[in-house]
Design a protein around this ligand. Structure first.
Ligand code: IFM
Length: 721
């Protein structure tokens, strides 16, 4: 088995949504869904742009899909040789995870189409497709090669005022409706042998049509290049896109491919985990690392990654806590510059977080639950649609999931602990931590008749139980945030001038003692027989099985949470909550505590989120439940190989790739199986290798040095390289 290749034989329109995700090509700037070149909107093709958002009318704000510059449609003797219209004799799709190359091989009978395409990692604006048609019958052929404006959007349309330039390099420009962002797509093409062509503006875009009489044995080979720029990248996106195509055509497909491959080689050199012992697992790990690496915003330095990556517009293209808790670990240990980018996004969106805190009547920084550009909150008050009434349901993720600010502070602190680099804290990170801490000061509930300070009316990671008090995870992440704020005094004990200024700005004299005060007054989590209560009153809820709760559903797409959901009145939880806390704060809990809590919560967890299994796997490694850890690892790592995961929350489509699981797979392998940890400035290993794994080997970067970790059933080593 080649663990770098994903292959699928056959074609079914019913799989198109899932396959578009599984076979995705992306490069951090854009994502090109894995559907064949001829696909129209029914097969969900998309070129999703990172960080370019738009709102149409009252619909949800979401990322913009650009006009599709790699659309090719073949017609022979008046018959469309398209998977949507003609059943092929044979069709095969492949994705090469090492280099992010999508291949298709379709035999329609009269002609066979073979193509290879990629979104360049060397030039993130560029996509290239080598498209070859082998004619097996004679006839009259017409091939449309162009820029499609027939765009599939979930909540669109987003682009207006299309302007087409029918020149040798095709160019289409349009403008987003809400903010007037200009989007330009240019396309160039080379074909051998030369064929007569005409260019025309058509209702669905700008196309070059190639027409010729062909005979059996004739072969057409095309290299098609498309480039996307927006006015967020450059004041003249059209000129940039055109120039990018001129460059591409000068150097040609092979040279572009080589540059792209060289860029991927560097990524794998920095991050590849080699797993020996189980080929399917090794493939799943490559898939996970590919899917997370291909959406890293390497081009930007101040962008983060949406919860469904660049696989489309699901989850509004927004940035969730997934970035800090699930994507960040792989990057900070392998490509710290990407980890920096994720955190710089939070630093730069601090004004948005301050604004949100102020809107709710608090001080400091309350980050958006679903953050878009500038930290704008994308989460609506009605984030679920009831499947019975079709009415929006009031949800409280936006208002009550206050752990988000602490999650960001946690990642900032980890960045410093793992890299030893103070610069990010100096360049705004310290301010973020302090502002998050100040938010919690103003959010705490103090009581007239007791010492303890509560955090009431919150939602923890388990979103099914809304508006609870003292969620253990939330309280712990808040405590860590407050302690990290206080720790800044030690990290910057040399008191640089900017830090003194910051202390003045946050009214150090007044706020510092308050931080210490709240740290002291946060209640210890309540426990019963060693099991931490997820929130006050959780143990009093109905204790029934997952199957029992599932059997109460009247519609498989019903939302389980909130006031009317089947899970809300029971102890069944959506995703790791107490266990997430134990996985993220391993030093705070004994093995016995982790074991007791795992045994209690795992059977009560739906794993209804792709963020869940990896946290349970990490805890399972720790307590020697290696068979369970292995199964949870497989579930986590395979998700985008199989195209699995939940597709619906109520009536809302939530399909796409699963970067949190992708990051989770890295976490299980490196932090769980190898037991990698940074303790007091030193990397340590505590291997917990399931019997299925013979050897794990991976590179790690810490404190500015590079290491190779090797783990076998006999033990592990860390060697500086
Ligand atoms: O951030 C998660 C959340 O924890 C569960 N629902 C999906 C979100 C995006 O992945």
């Amino acid at each position: 088995m080649n663990t770098w290749i994903l292959e699928k034989e056959g074609f079914s329109p019913a799989d198109a949504a899932a396959d578009g995700n599984r076979f995705l090509c992306a490069n951090g700037y854009l994502g090109l869904r894995g559907v064949p070149e001829e696909a129209g909107p029914a097969l969900f093709p998309a070129v999703t742009l990172a960080g370019v958002y738009d709102q149409f009318e009252e619909k949800w704000r979401e990322p913009v899909n650009a006009p599709h510059g790699l659309r090719l449609q073949l017609t022979m003797n008046g018959r469309a040789l398209s998977l949507e219209e003609t059943a092929p004799l044979r069709h095969k799709t492949m994705l090469d995870y090492r280099y992010g190359i999508y291949h298709r091989d379709t035999d329609f009978g009269p002609a066979r189409i073979l193509s290879s395409r990629f979104t360049s990692l060397a030039d993130p604006h560029l996509m290239a497709d080598q498209y070859r048609v082998e004619f097996q019958k004679s006839g009259l052929v017409s091939l449309r090669v162009g820029i499609s404006t027939d765009i599939w959007d979930i909540n669109g349309p987003h682009l207006f005022g299309f302007r087409h330039h029918a020149e040798e390099i095709l160019l289409t420009e349009a403008t987003t409706g809400q903010k007037g962002i200009r989007v330009a797509v240019a396309q160039g093409m080379e074909i051998s042998p030369r064929v007569e062509e005409s260019i025309s503006v058509e209702p669905d875009g700008l196309y070059r049509t190639l027409v010729a009489e062909v005979f059996p044995g004739d072969i057409w080979t095309l290299s098609v290049y498309a480039s996307v720029y927006t006015s967020l990248d450059h004041p003249s996106p059209a000129a940039q896109a055109r120039a990018s195509i001129q460059r591409a055509m000068r150097v040609g497909y092979l040279e572009l491919l080589q540059a792209h491959q060289a860029a991927w080689d560097q990524v794998w050199q920095a991050s590849e985990i080699q797993l020996e012992g189980d080929e399917a697992a090794a493939q799943a790990l490559h898939a996970s690392q590919y899917h997370l690496n291909c959406i890293a915003p390497r081009h930007a330095g101040n962008m983060s990654i949406p919860a469904r990556g660049l696989s489309g517009q699901t989850y509004k293209g927004a940035i969730f806590w997934d970035s800090e808790m699930f994507f960040f670990p792989m990057f900070v240990y392998t490509q710290p510059e990407v980890a920096q980018s994720l955190l710089r996004y939070r630093i730069e969106t601090l004004p948005g977080a301050r604004k949100k805190a102020a809107e709710y009547g608090y001080r400091g920084a309350f980050y958006a639950w679903e953050s878009q550009e500038g930290g704008e909150e994308g989460c609506t008050n009605f984030n679920v649609v009831d499947v019975f009434t079709h009415r929006p349901v009031r949800t409280y993720f936006r208002d009550k999931q206050i752990h988000i600010s602490g999650d960001i502070a946690y990642a900032l602190r980890s960045y410093y602990d793992i890299t030893g680099d103070r610069s990010l804290l100096e360049e705004g990170g310290a301010e973020v931590i302090l502002e998050c801490a100040r938010f919690y000061l103003s959010r705490a509930s103090l009581h007239a008749d007791r010492e303890e300070a509560d955090f009431a009316d919150v939602i923890g990671p388990d979103e099914y139980h809304e508006r609870v008090t003292n969620n253990a995870y939330t309280n712990q992440i808040i405590l860590h945030c407050l302690q990290s704020a206080l720790a800044l005094a030690d990290i910057f004990a040399d008191r640089p001038a900017w830090f003194q200024g910051l202390l003045l700005q946050i009214k150090y004299e007044k706020d510092w003692p308050l931080l210490e005060n709240i740290c002291r007054r946060l209640p210890a989590p309540r426990e019963r027989e060693g099991v931490i209560e997820q929130f006050d009153g959780y143990f009093a809820l109905e204790d029934c099985t997952l199957e029992e709760v599932r059997s109460r559903l009247r519609d498989p797409r019903e939302y389980w949470g909130g006031d009317h959901g089947v899970a809300g009145v029971t102890q069944i939880i959506k995703q790791a909550d107490v266990i997430a806390m134990m996985a993220l704060f391993p030093g705070l809990y004994t093995d016995a505590q982790v074991a007791a809590n795992w045994a209690y919560y795992e059977p009560r967890t739906e794993h209804g989120s792709s963020l869940s299994a990896c946290m349970y796997a990490l805890a399972a490694c720790r307590v020697g439940r290696l068979e369970e850890a292995w199964q949870l690892f497989q579930k986590t790592a395979e998700i985008d190989v199989l195209g699995g995961g939940k597709q619906w929350a109520g009536e809302i489509y939530i399909g796409g790739t699963h970067p949190a699981s992708n990051g989770g797979a890295w976490m299980i392998a490196a932090l769980g199986f190898a037991g990698l940890r940074m303790r007091g400035g030193q990397l340590t290993l505590q291997p917990h290798l399931p019997s299925q794994v013979k050897r794990l080997s991976f590179p790690v970067t810490a404190a500015g040095r590079r290491y190779r970790v090797e783990v076998t059933q006999e033990g592990g080593t860390i060697t500086e390289i």
